[in-house]
Write a protein that binds this ligand. Structure first.
Ligand SMILES: Cc1ncc(COP(=O)(O)O)c(C=O)c1O
Length: 409
């Protein structure tokens, strides 16, 4: 019989992750103020207009269950296997056809890369174009998640003001000439955070400027299909063709948890985007792509979008009505024709961040607007989301906010 001796392992050497162990880029990342606020707004009884969440009661759970079941029964081995970096072919074909008919562009599946939500589309653009100290042109305010994605690459922002027609493109020449940006970032439809839609004239002018200076445009379009009133303008991609990289997503129309978006660009640039995507995560989750493709068959996507539009339309109108009834005259706001957000302004000199604790005391939450301004301006602004609360909670929450704002004097 052999004897085995067990030698006790030495105690583990204490190992401290000092700052130098992380990359400079990681060390400079700030945690999102929205995440911080969402922590407060998830307290019991708080009516939250802070997040950007779709309505959970409108998720097509039954239909997705059936789609998932069909996928596993018919395509199980393929849906659970590794896939192509560009994405699932039939889904890319579907999107190319839909963007061609709805968006007026001429696209084929070769122009479509499936991404893990449009947030990954933003990161892919960052990886493909940005280096430390490069400039990005964007509006003031703009989507906070885009700033977070681009900040990772150590960029600076050249900001352009906004008015009721979106980015004030008329003032862009000296900005481009001075900063030589790598791209221009816009959310032309029902922008997050303001809800403002860029006018047709501004879209045409933006494309003209992009072509004049050979600067690509990133057209981030998660809300384009969610129009409740007014007329659509042609998409920037339709006007600008190859100068434009368009990002889309099923997050707002089907479900953000499935994490399926896309990047539409010219064939010449696709090889680059494909390599960047491959180096990031090999490919987007096969299973979600298959389930979405199965779900959207036979006009189901349009039927579902019609259903959520009806409900969001009611919620937007309920919020606008309540604001008119309960907000003091000193507060002004936008009247978006679609999307999930509207944007309001407190009197100059009032800081929406400082008012927020009072609102939380009244059990209602919003997002202060300053973090959406790359230059730190906009202290008196804030964003309200109208898609996630019920009609009753919209009425009650806005009433509570009205009390808070009226007490500011
Ligand atoms: C303008 C904009 N771009 C991108 C995203 C990210 O969406 P996704 O869930 O597709 O990553 C959002 C989400 O709120 C957004 O508002």
């Amino acid at each position: 019989m052999t004897e085995t001796t067990t030698t006790a392992l030495p105690p583990p050497v204490p190992f401290k992750f000092g700052e130098h162990h992380f990359s400079h880029a990681a060390n400079t990342l700030e945690s999102s103020i929205i995440r911080e606020i969402l922590k407060h707004s998830s307290q019991p009884g708080v009516i939250s207009f802070a997040g950007g969440l779709p309505a959970p009661d409108l998720f097509p759970i039954e239909e997705l269950r059936e789609a998932a079941d069909r996928v596993l029964t018919r395509f199980g081995t393929q849906a659970l296997q590794y896939g192509l970096s560009m994405g699932y072919g039939p889904l890319r074909e579907f999107l190319a056809e839909r963007l061609t008919t709805h968006g007026g562009t001429q696209l084929t599946a070769d122009n479509i890369l499936i991404t893990a939500g449009s947030q990954q589309g933003l990161d892919i653009c960052g990886r493909a174009f940005l280096e430390r100290d490069n400039y990005v042109v964007c509006s003031r305010p703009t989507y906070l998640g885009a700033l977070q994605a681009f900040n990772f690459y150590g960029v600076k922002y050249a900001v352009v003001n906004m008015d009721d027609e979106g980015m004030v493109v008329e003032s862009i020449d000296p900005i481009i000439e001075k900063h030589k940006p790598r791209f221009i970032y816009v959310v032309p439809n029902f922008q997050n955070p303001t809800g403002i839609t860029m006018s047709g004239d501004r879209r045409r002018l933006l494309v003209e400027k992009a072509q004049k200076y050979s600067v690509p445009i990133i057209d981030d379009n998660p809300y384009g299909e969610l129009r409740y009133s007014g007329q659509s303008a042609p998409s920037i991609k339709q006007i600008g063709g190859q100068a434009v990289i368009q990002l889309g997503t099923f997050s707002k129309t089907i479900s953000p948890g499935l994490r399926i978006g896309w990047l539409a660009a010219s064939r010449q640039t696709m090889g680059m985007f494909e390599r960047v995507k491959q180096s990031t995560d090999l490919h987007t989750t096969q299973f979600s792509q298959f389930v979405i493709y199965e779900f959207i068959q036979n006009g189901a996507l349009d039927r579902h979008i019609a259903r959520i539009k009806k409900s969001y339309h009611e919620r937007r109108d309920a919020m606008l009505r309540a604001m008119k009834e309960f907000f003091p005259e000193s507060v002004t706001w936008t009247r978006p024709e679609g999307g999930l957000f509207l944007w309001a302004r407190l009197p100059e000199g009032t800081d929406a961040k400082e008012v927020l604790p009072k609102a939380i005391e009244e059990k209602v939450a919003y997002v202060p607007g300053q973090p959406f301004h790359p230059d730190g301006s906009g202290a008196n602004t804030f964003r309200l989301n109208f898609s996630n609360a019920t009609l009753e909670n919209i009425h009650e929450g806005i009433k509570r906010l009205g009390r808070v704002f009226s007490s500011l004097g």
